[in-house]
Design a protein around this ligand. Structure first.
Ligand code: ADP
Ligand code: MG
Length: 251
């Protein structure tokens, strides 16, 4: 595989939070066009991995390196990583009272446009743009005027994260349990949007417990995390085995 194909390379990563080691000696390579799923028991370090890739300041890297498109981003701030093209949809999206959803979305969008030296959009133009994307995920436009995530149901929060993903169009999208809180119809919509969004130049890393999402999204790679490391990697059949036998028998 040529070097320019690389999106993410994690080498020998060890991470701790409050002096407790959570991830140890983890390696992961993601190339353009790939979709990786991470599964694993609660507490195995999946969300920590997602947050470390996006540069969450709480987590301390003890050892190892993270490369994004061949650039060492190990010590970079989260906003720089975002501008380089990393997007994270949180497992638990934060509620931000007083900041309207549409203002937040437009500011994230325009900040990216500025970085790319492209034209920013005014509120009216952005409203049209966001409405186009919203049609795909069945969120009503009244959500735009509410405070960011405040009082949103679990499923609405997740749809809002997907809306951000669709608007920002980053090269690596990390989706942490994007399926939790969604009913079956919403799950299908979200999966269809992820599939439509994915192309040969970007990559997706999603964390899930559910076979259904694996069936819909059809990842090229499936990894099982346990005790802070990737213990087994395979294709989507690995997820089927987990579904059938459980983690205890496989890991
Ligand atoms: P998963 O997403 O696989 O369920 P997490 O990455 O959320 O697991 O957590 C892995 C381990 O790290 C758990 O034991 C969790 O309690 C611990 N952990 C994660 N974040 C923190 C934190 N901010 N402070 C203390 N412990 C944490
Ligand atoms: Mg988690």
């Amino acid at each position: 595989m040529k070097d320019c194909q690389k999106i993410l390379e994690i080498k020998n990563l060890s991470v701790s939070v409050n002096n407790k080691v959570i991830i140890e000696n983890l390696n992961l390579n993601i190339n353009k066009g790939e979709i990786h799923a991470i599964m694993g028991k609660n507490g195995s370090g999946k969300s920590t991995l997602a947050k470390v890739i996006s540069g969450h300041p709480l987590y301390h890297i003890n050892e190892g390196e993270i490369f994004f498109k061949n650039i060492n981003i190990t010590n970079e701030e989260p906003d720089i990583r975002a501008h380089r093209g990393i997007f994270l949809a949180f497992q638990y999206p934060v509620e931000v009272p007083g900041v309207s959803n549409i203002d937040f979305l437009r500011s994230a969008y325009n900040s990216q446009m500025q970085k790319l030296k492209k034209e920013t959009v005014d509120p009216l133009a952005f409203f049209e743009l966001v409405n186009e994307e919203m049609k795909n995920i069945q969120i009503e436009s009244k959500f735009l005027n509410r405070s960011l995530n405040e009082g949103f149901s679990g499923g609405e929060k997740k749809k809002n994260e997907i809306l951000q993903m669709l608007l920002l169009k980053k090269d690596l999208c990390i989706l942490d349990e994007i399926d939790s809180g969604l009913d079956v119809d919403a799950l299908k919509d979200i999966a269809n949007n992820i599939n439509k969004f994915h192309n040969e130049n970007n990559a997706i890393l999603f964390i899930t417990h559910y076979q259904k999402l694996i069936d819909y999204i059809k990842p090229t790679h499936v990894h099982i995390m346990d005790k802070g490391n990737i213990k087994i990697s395979g294709n989507k059949n690995l997820a089927l085995e987990i579904d059938k036998y459980g983690y205890e028998k496989i890991v």
